[in-house]
Design a protein around this ligand. Structure first.
Ligand code: NAI
Length: 460
């Protein structure tokens, strides 16, 4: 029987990053993964393939709408969807192979199969038992549907099915205006699908700053997405080539037909066959594995990180926890600053957010100031047809310390990190405003928002 210091269960961004850090810290490490390839949901059927399709469909949109404006003329671009899917599969392949390479490089054993925890010192995979001093559960999450909606991954699909459609549907209903619905809805809208988003709340992107929520909805409407808001989906009925979605709007029940229905109503922890709950491991009332602030579960020697525990279901949050828990297991200090975890939606323009929203600060009775700057005042953004959007910086009214940042605009998912670093250093808006920013860059808009918190933006 092999003896490990750590067995990590699950090879998504949380699990594989944890395994690498464990190995770097000198711990004998194995990773258990039941999929054919490493990388978990994120690399195989989540973040990475969706970004490939977002890039491809955005390029198509640019060719259709903006090339001629820039003097690039030629035949009308057409989509070869099979080829586009092939490109997406290649991107996934190179990334999952990359993780395999990293496992080998760090001398981490990949145990192929699905893990079952027998005790705090033993994991079984298939017929083989493995002894270990520590176990890290990083088993991730799976799509969670709603009552009377059965996902068949053909007509009624989750994000997994939406990434693997055989052809571009004429029409699509997206249930839920969260991150997955808006990203995948954008992909298909750009490829010519008539996309209708049906959302229970009165606004999209629940939990995000309301300025971002309203601004993004306006932009997506301009891009052709339709929205039915305040509508609670009751059921779907799938036929061979289409499905009917029934929803309640006030007292009225209405329905809508589409070739494909995407169910993006959230995700839930994945623990099938793991044996943790069966061993009496404590769960939260939402069915997540309960942990303390060092990612210890109620079973000694068993830790848990990522989507399977509380907090935002984000790959980078899982990665941070993966590194931190490795430090804890090695007897060092592991820390994650949950107050500075950025969130990004990869629509065009992108949306990014970190820290507190204006609504949260209002509710907490915090005295704050807002500095806002529109990308219309940013030369670089206008040069690339991306003047839609803004940077909204929220700071403490007395100390000027940055409390949150919410932006819609070009490369928002990159720009947000300037603010993340600033927040980690406890910076003020003035610190950003006094920092020289290269011209012409999108980053200048962040500086302008910081200037707007003080004496005023220059290009407003
Ligand atoms: P979500 O939680 O972001 O959004 C679900 C939406 O469905 C909500 O707006 C909710 O009000 C709505 N909804 C629920 N029941 C409904 C009903 N019966 N009728 C109408 N609307 C209903 O969930 P989503 O988009 O499925 O994403 C799951 C997780 O994956 C999230 O935690 C997200 O953060 C993560 N993710 C992150 C990405 C990123 O960081 N770019 C990309 C994709 C997923």
């Amino acid at each position: 029987m092999s003896n490990y210091d750590v067995i990590v269960i699950g090879s998504g961004p949380g699990g594989y990053v944890c395994a690498i850090r464990c190995a770097q810290l000198g711990l004998k490490t194995a990773i258990v993964e039941g999929r054919e390839t490493l990388g978990g949901t994120c690399l195989n059927v989540g973040c990475i393939p969706s970004k490939a399709l977002l890039h491809a469909s955005h390029s198509y949109h640019e060719a259709q709408h903006n090339f001629e404006k820039m003097g690039i003329v030629g035949g009308k671009p057409k989509v070869d969807f099979a080829k586009m899917q092939g490109y997406k599969d290649d991107v996934v392949g190179t990334n999952t192979k990359g993780v395999e390479f990293l496992m080998k490089k760090n001398k981490i054993d990949w145990i192929k199969g699905w893990a079952k925890i027998d005790s705090s010192t033993q994991v079984t995979v298939g017929d083989t038992a493995y002894a270990t001093k520590n176990i890290v559960i990083a088993s991730g999450s799976e799509p969670s549907s709603i009552p009377n909606v059965d996902i068949d991954e053909k007509t009624v699909v989750s994000s997994t099915g939406a990434l693997a459609l055989g052809k571009i549907p004429k029409s699509m209903v997206v249930i839920g205006a969260g991150v997955i619905g808006l990203e995948m809805g954008s992909v298909y809208a750009r490829l010519g699908t008539e996309v209708t988003v049906v959302e229970y709340m009165k606004h999209i992107t629940p939990g995000m700053d309301m300025d971002v929520s309203k601004g993004l909805q306006k932009i997506l409407k301009k891009q052709g997405l339709k929205f039915v808001m305040g509508a609670a989906v009751q059921s779907t009925k799938a036929a061979k080539t289409k499905a009917t979605v029934t929803y309640k709007l006030g007292d009225k029940e209405e329905s809508i037909d589409a070739d494909v229905v995407l169910v993006s109503t959230g995700r839930k922890p994945f623990m099938d066959g793991l044996g943790f709950a069966e061993m009496g491991g404590a769960l939260t009332d939402r069915g997540q594995i309960q942990t303390d602030n060092q990612w210890r579960t109620s079973i000694a020697g068993v830790y848990a990180i990522g989507d399977v525990i509380t907090g935002p279901m984000l790959a980078h949050k899982a990665e941070d926890e993966g590194m931190a828990v490795a430090e804890v297991i090695a007897g060092k200090h592991g820390h994650v600053n949950y107050g500075v975890i950025p969130g990004v939606i990869y629509t065009t323009p992108e949306v990014a957010s970190v820290g507190q929203t204006e609504e949260q600060l209002k509710e907490a009775g915090v005295d704050y100031k807002v500095g806002k700057f529109s990308f219309m005042g940013n030369g670089r953004a206008k040069a690339v047809f991306q003047g839609d959007g803004f940077v909204k910086l929220i700071v403490d009214a007395k100390t000027d310390r940055i409390l949150g940042c919410h932006l819609i605009g070009p490369a928002a998912g990159e720009l947000i990190h300037e603010i993340c670093v600033a927040m980690e250093f406890g910076a003020s808006a003035q610190d950003i405003a006094l920092t020289c920013h290269a011209h012409p860059t999108f980053s200048e808009a962040v500086r302008e928002a910081a200037l707007a918190c003080g004496g005023g933006a220059i290009h407003a």
